[in-house]
Design a protein around this ligand. Structure first.
Ligand SMILES: Nc1ncnc2c1ncn2[C@@H]1O[C@H](COP(=O)(O)OP(=O)(O)OP(=O)(O)O)[C@@H](O)[C@H]1O
Length: 403
C-alpha cells in the first residue's frame, strides 16, 4: 500500500460551539490532484487551512510522509512550509504592488534567490500563463480571469511540491474557468506537483482530479476515484450524483462525463434486454495545444466549445454527446452499428467542411484537426475498455485549414 503524502486522522475543530470538523480522516497522495467537494459552509476551506498549518486542530493528527506535523521541530516545520503554496479564494493580490511584484513576492520571502534569477523566473511563469506584457500593471487594472492567473503564477513561482487551491475559479465565466483548470492540469502533468482543490465547480473539476473527497457534516464520507464515486452505494453519494444529473458541462454545455458514463450503462442494459446494439465514437481535437500556443489558454477553451457545439447540433435527438476529459468528446449512438456510425461521422465532417471555418481565423495557416475512433459495444464490456478499443482505431475525421 502506498503511503499517503499527507494524512489527516480524526481531525476535530470547533469555533466556539460551531463544530466544523468532526473527525476528518483523509489521505492525499503524491503527484495527484485531490478535489474536496461538499455543500457551502461545510468546512472545506477550514480543512485546507489545517493542511497548510494556518489553523491548528483541537484534536487529531496530520501526518506528512507518516510523521506528525505538530511533533516536528520548528526548523522541520519551516522547511515543510516552504514545500507548500496556497492559492486563496479571493486571489489576495496586493493592490499596491504591480503584477510583477505580486508574483515575485514568495520568491523574495521564501528564498535567497538573486534578483536576476527572480526576474527570469517571474517572466518565465508569466509567459507560461499568458500574462506577458502586464508586469507593470496593478491588480485593479486587470480582469477577473487575469487576476486569477496572476494568483496562479504566484502560487507556482516557487515551484512548490504541494499546492492548495481554494475555489480557484469562483466568479469566472466557463471559458476562463476552464482555462484556469486547464492551466492547473497542464502544470500538474509537467511538474507533477501534489494538488488539493476545494471547489464548487462540479463536474468541471472532475476532469482534472485523480481523487475526490466529499465532506459532509464535519466528516469525509467518501474518498476515491470518480469511478469509485459513481459505483458507491452510499445513499448520500448517490443523492449527490443524482442532484448533478441535470447539470450541463460548464464549458461545452454537453452532458458531463459522469452522466455520459451512466447513459452508457443504460445502453448496455438495453442491449442485454432487447438484443440491440450501439456504437461509441471518441472525437479528439488533436491539436488543441497548438491552439494554446498560438492564441493562449482561453483560445483553446473557445475552440473546444465551438467544436462541441457543432457536433451537438449535428446529432440525432437520441444520441448522447458527453465531454470526456480536456480535449475529447464521447458520442454514444443507440441502435447504431459501427458502419452506420462511420457514415454518420463522414456526413458530419462533410457538413463542417461545407459550413466553413471555426472562428479561430486570427491565426492564418492554422489547421484544426480532429480524429475519430469508434467501437461497437460488446456485451458487458466496461466503458473504459470500449473507449480503449475506439481510441486504438483512431482516424483523421476532420481537418480544416484556417486561411
Ligand atoms: N477563523 C474562523 N473563526 C470562526 N469561525 C470560522 C473561522 N473560519 C471558518 N469558520 C466557520 O467554519 C465554517 C466552515 O467555513 P468554511 O469557509 O470552511 O466553509 P466552506 O465549506 O469552505 O464554504 P464555501 O464553500 O461556502 O466557501 C463556517 O461556519 C465558518 O463560519
Amino acid at each position: 500500500m502506498v503511503q499517503p503524502l499527507i494524512q489527516l486522522q480524526d481531525v476535530y475543530k470547533a469555533f466556539g460551539d460551531n463544530v466544523v470538523l468532526n473527525g476528518v480522516s483523509l489521505s492525499i497522495f503524491k503527484g495527484e490532484i485531490t478535489s474536496i467537494i461538499g455543500k457551502s459552509g461545510e468546512g472545506k476551506s477550514v480543512l485546507l487551512k489545517h493542511i497548510i498549518g494556518l489553523i491548528e486542530q483541537d484534536r487529531g493528527t496530520i501526518l506528512y510522509e507518516g510523521k506528525s506535523i505538530s511533533r516536528m521541530k520548528k526548523g522541520e516545520r519551516n522547511a515543510l512550509k516552504k514545500k507548500f503554496s496556497y492559492m486563496f479564494q479571493a486571489t489576495a493580490l496586493f493592490d499596491s504592488m504591480t503584477v510583477f511584484e505580486n508574483i515575485a513576492l514568495p520568491l523574495k520571502e521564501k528564498t535567497r534567490m538573486p534578483k536576476k534569477e527572480i526576474r527570469e523566473r517571474v517572466r518565465n511563469k508569466m509567459h507560461q500563463l499568458d500574462l506577458d506584457d502586464i508586469d507593470r500593471d496593478y491588480p485593479s487594472q486587470l480582469s477577473g480571469g487575469m487576476k486569477k492567473r496572476v494568483a496562479l503564477a504566484r502560487a507556482l513561482v516557487t515551484e512548490p511540491e504541494i499546492i492548495l487551491f481554494d475555489e480557484p475559479t469562483t466568479g469566472l465565466d466557463p471559458i476562463r474557468k476552464n482555462a484556469v483548470h486547464s492551466m492547473i492540469s497542464d502544470y500538474q502533468h509537467r511538474f507533477g506537483f501534489t494538488g488539493v482543490i476545494v471547489s464548487h465547480e462540479i463536474p468541471d473539476i472532475f476532469y482534472i482530479s485523480q481523487r475526490i473527497a466529499m465532506l459532509d457534516e464535519g466528516r469525509i464520507i467518501f474518498e476515491g476515484s470518480l469511478e469509485e464515486m459513481q459505483s458507491s452505494d452510499n445513499p448520500l453519494i448517490q443523492q449527490f450524483i443524482q442532484g448533478q444529473e441535470s447539470r450541463r458541462d460548464g464549458l461545452t454545455g454537453l452532458t458531463p462525463q459522469p452522466q455520459g458514463e451512466r447513459r452508457y450503462q443504460e445502453e448496455m442494459a438495453r442491449m442485454r434486454n432487447d438484443n440491440t446494439t450501439f456504437t461509441i465514437v471518441i472525437l479528439t481535437i488533436d491539436n488543441l495545444d497548438m491552439v494554446k500556443k498560438m492564441g493562449g489558454y482561453e483560445a483553446r477553451q473557445t475552440a473546444f466549445k465551438q467544436f462541441a457545439s457543432r457536433v451537438q447540433q449535428s446529432l440525432r435527438i437520441t444520441d448522447i454527446c458527453s465531454r470526456l476529459g480536456m480535449n475529447k468528446i464521447l458520442l454514444i449512438l443507440p441502435r447504431t452499428r459501427k458502419d452506420e456510425a462511420e457514415e454518420l461521422c463522414r456526413r458530419m465532417a462533410e457538413k463542417f467542411r461545407s459550413e466553413g471555418h471555426m472562428e479561430i481565423q486570427a491565426y492564418p495557416g492554422f489547421c484544426f484537426s480532429v480524429s475519430a475512433g469508434m467501437a461497437e459495444a460488446e456485451m458487458d464490456k466496461p466503458i473504459a475498455k470500449l473507449i480503449a478499443v475506439a481510441e486504438s482505431a483512431k482516424n483523421i475525421f476532420y481537418e480544416f485549414k484556417v486561411c
